[in-house]
Structures are given as structure tokens and as C-alpha cells.
Design a protein around this ligand. Structure first.
Ligand code: S3P
Length: 414
């Protein structure tokens, strides 16, 4: 795929539906009592993996356009599950299945098989789960076991790990408590509570008690992480302007918007909060950009947007620094290495560090190189945004991986 530079970018549009919320809406309703309708669901490859897994476990799921109807299974059946590229499917299911009395395996593609799974198998084992990994990676193997609540201090801030433990806690005796070093996205807590679970949050600690869920309809907002690519495009194209409508504005997800604002982009937000998750319209108009500094405290709220922010930093004048983000190394690719590789191919000056990167912005990029997306949707889209404001554009190999989170992305920007 060749991405040509854009002369202008002036759009009002909706973005792809939220991936994290779609996963949860399908997965949680698949074992709840009743039938739920999930509207504006993301049918990207990752969420299709979750749908396929929940069907294999016995839930009745039908898809009509972007509406997904889910009838919970009274009990799950044994299954060999394939989660494709999706870490969220794998880790959340590991926690959910641990106490559900099934024998199951969870496997995925080459990228998924390279990602760390001890972060879920260790706490689940401490709860009494019978779960084994393959040298700390997928495939995972789960057998029936009785679980007991634990009080777990997470070494890294991760919504996937937190969610896995809370889901296991729904089938454990006593109270299950999990404490994070920094607050990560709280979609699991909000949705479980809306479905009747006894979930309580107190600072960085979340606790849950065993209980059944009652199905709940979910209207999925736009994905803040996908919207960030559209805002990024408007930020790097001269005279760029974009309004993204109905974007999820959960504050645990909007760090990238704050950073773009700090950089000098002109951002306005019109927010509403009439449901479980806040959402609204966000507009960005291009303006001269200053460099940024991002530290550990802020990282969970923009973890998936860091490659994109690094691309935008190439369009600022001066040195931007990302620190406290070692988690980037264990995403769909090693995003410290792959972001640096992609932006350098376009002429960017990016130095990887142990826990982030240093970007020396020169007010723009020349472009002209070739980027390999390395099986990572966000690297493909980062390279695309970097190319849109450049002089020469760039060739992206493996561009189709964008469909993992953003089907339709290429039609918008090409
Ligand atoms: C996600 C949590 C984050 C994020 C991922 C989706 C989720 O991962 O990077 O894209 O839906 O819970 P970690 O929990 O590993 O930080």
C-alpha cells in the first residue's frame, strides 16, 4: 500500500467502534443470564476472534451489520480456542475460564504467541486455577479448578491483567482484590457493575465478589485510540481539521488528546455522559506543534497511542521524550523498536531507549521509505499518519493488519 501525502484533510466523521468495549460487551454477555443487543460493535479481526471463541464455548451470537445479539450460555463447554492476534481475548478469557469448570486451550498467531502470559497465569494460579502456559506464552491450557479470592498487587499497570483477575473473582470464594501501580482503563469495572456484579473501586484498588451477571445492552462509542489516528492526521497535514463524532471519552483512555493539546493543537470537546461510558465529539485543527514529555503516570491512558504520538512529534520543532513505557515492548510488536524503525524509514530522528524513545522533531518528515507493519495494526496506521504530512509519502508492507482494530481506515486516508 502506498500512502500519498495529503494536501488537505478536512473531515467530519465517526471512527471505528471501541475495541476494548466491544470485546467486553460480547464476552461478558456470553455468560450472563439473558439476551443482550450490542449496537455499533467493532467487527475488526480482534473482536471477531472474541465472537468466535464465545460461540465455541456455547454462547448464541448473531451478527447483523454492526449489531451483535448475544444470548448467554448457561454453562460453557470444553473448547480449543483461537484468539488470532488478540491479547485482550486471550488474557480476559484466561481469567474467565479459570473458574468456569471447563477444559480449554487458547492459542493465537505468531505475534500473540510471542507475548507474555505469566502476568495472568501467576495470579490465577495463586487463586487456585489449573492453568499452564507454553514457556510463559500461548498456547494456554486451562482445566477445572475451585478458585479463592486473593489480594494481588500488580507489578505493571494492565487492564487486561486486572480484568482477568476480576473475571476469575466472579467465580472465586471470598473477595478478590487487585491493586495497580497506575490506573489503567476501567471498562471492565464499569460494565460488570452495569451487569449486576459487586465491583468496588477505591483509589488504585478494585475488588469483586462472586456473583452471576445479568445481560445488558451496550451501545459502543467510537474508539478513542482509533480516533487518535484521525486527530493525528489533522495535526500533521497543513491546514488540517477533523471532527470525530461519538468518541468514547472515558478519562482512562484520553491521555493522547491531552498530549496533542499540550503540543499546541487546537482541540475542542463536546462531551455527554448519559450512559455507562462518557462519549462526545472532538475537533482538532492543525497548529504549530511543540515537543512533549510523557512519563509513567500518564502511560496507561495513552499506551496504544504512543507510536502515533511519536509520529506527530516528528512534526514538532524540538525534542520529545517518552519514558516509563517499557510495556510498549510486549504489544502486538516491540513497539519501541518498530515505531523507531517505521519513523526512521520516513526520515525521522528517533532513538529507542529502555522504556520509551527520544524523538527529535524537525517540523516535518521527508518520507519516501518503506515500512513493514510487523503484524501490528497500530504500526501500520502510525506509518500512514506520518506519511500523510510528509513530502514523499511512503510504502507500507502488511497494511492490511489495520483491520485488526480499524476496518475502513485506508478508505478514509487514501
Ligand atoms: C486493553 C488493554 C491494554 C491495551 C490493549 C487493550 C484492554 O493492554 O494496550 O490494546 O482492552 O484491556 P494492557 O492491559 O496489556 O496494557
Amino acid at each position: 500500500m502506498f500512502v500519498k501525502p495529503l494536501k488537505n484533510f478536512d473531515r467530519t466523521l465517526e471512527t471505528a467502534p471501541d475495541k476494548s468495549i466491544t470485546h467486553r460487551a460480547v464476552m461478558f454477555n456470553a455468560f450472563a443470564r439473558g439476551t443482550a443487543v450490542v449496537t455499533n460493535a467493532l467487527l475488526g479481526e480482534d473482536c471477531l476472534s472474541t465472537i468466535a471463541c464465545m460461540r465455541a464455548l456455547g454462547a448464541d451470537i448473531s451478527v447483523d451489520g454492526s449489531t451483535v445479539r448475544v444470548t448467554g450460555a448457561p454453562a460453557f463447554r470444553d473448547a480449543a480456542l483461537y484468539a488470532g492476534n488478540s491479547g485482550t481475548t486471550t488474557r480476559l478469557l484466561a481469567g474467565l475460564l479459570a473458574g468456569m469448570g471447563v477444559t480449554a486451550s487458547i492459542d493465537g498467531d505468531a505475534s500473540l504467541r510471542s507475548r507474555p502470559m505469566r502476568r495472568v497465569t501467576e495470579p490465577l494460579t495463586a487463586m487456585g486455577a489449573d492453568i499452564t502456559s507454553t514457556d510463559g506464552k500461548a498456547p494456554l491450557y486451562i482445566k477445572p479448578a475451585s478458585l479463592r479470592g486473593i489480594d494481588y498487587k500488580m507489578p505493571v499497570a494492565s487492564a487486561q491483567v486486572k480484568s482477568a483477575i476480576l473475571l476469575a473473582g466472579l467465580h472465586a470464594s471470598g473477595v478478590t482484590r487487585v491493586t495497580e501501580p497506575v490506573r489503567s482503563r476501567d471498562h471492565t469495572e464499569l460494565m460488570l457493575r452495569a451487569m449486576g456484579a459487586d465491583v468496588r473501586a477505591d483509589g488504585l484498588t478494585v475488588s469483586v465478589r462472586a456473583g452471576d451477571l445479568v445481560s445488558a445492552d451496550v451501545e459502543v462509542p467510537g474508539d478513542a485510540s482509533s480516533a487518535a489516528f484521525l486527530l493525528g492526521a489533522a495535526a500533521v497535514v497543513k491546514g488540517g481539521r477533523v471532527t470525530v463524532k461519538r468518541v468514547g471519552l472515558n478519562p482512562t483512555r484520553t491521555g493522547a488528546f491531552e498530549v496533542l493539546r499540550r503540543m499546541g493543537a487546537d482541540i475542542t470537546v463536546d462531551s455527554r455522559s448519559d450512559g455507562v461510558e462518557p462519549y462526545g465529539d472532538i475537533t482538532l485543527s492543525q497548529a504549530p506543534l511543540s515537543p512533549f514529555e510523557i512519563t509513567a503516570e500518564e502511560v496507561p491512558s495513552l499506551i496504544d497511542e504512543l507510536p502515533l504520538l511519536a509520529a506527530v512529534a516528528c512534526y514538532a520543532e524540538g525534542t520529545s521524550v517518552i519514558g516509563g513505557a517499557a510495556e510498549l515492548k510486549v504489544k502486538e510488536s516491540d513497539r519501541i523498536a518498530t515505531t523507531a524503525e517505521a519513523l526512521r524509514a520516513l526520515g525521522g530522528d528517533v532513538t529507542p531507549t529502555d522504556d520509551g524513545m527520544i524523538i527529535r522533531g524537525r517540523g516535518g518528515l521527508k518520507g519516501g521509505g518503506k515500512v513493514n507493519a510487523r503484524l501490528d495494526h497500530r504500526i501500520a496506521m502510525t506509518a500512514a499518519v506520518a506519511a500523510l504530512g510528509s513530502e514523499l509519502g511512503c510504502e507500507i508492507e502488511g497494511a492490511e493488519t489495520a483491520a485488526v482494530s480499524y476496518p475502513g481506515f485506508w478508505e478514509i486516508i487514501c
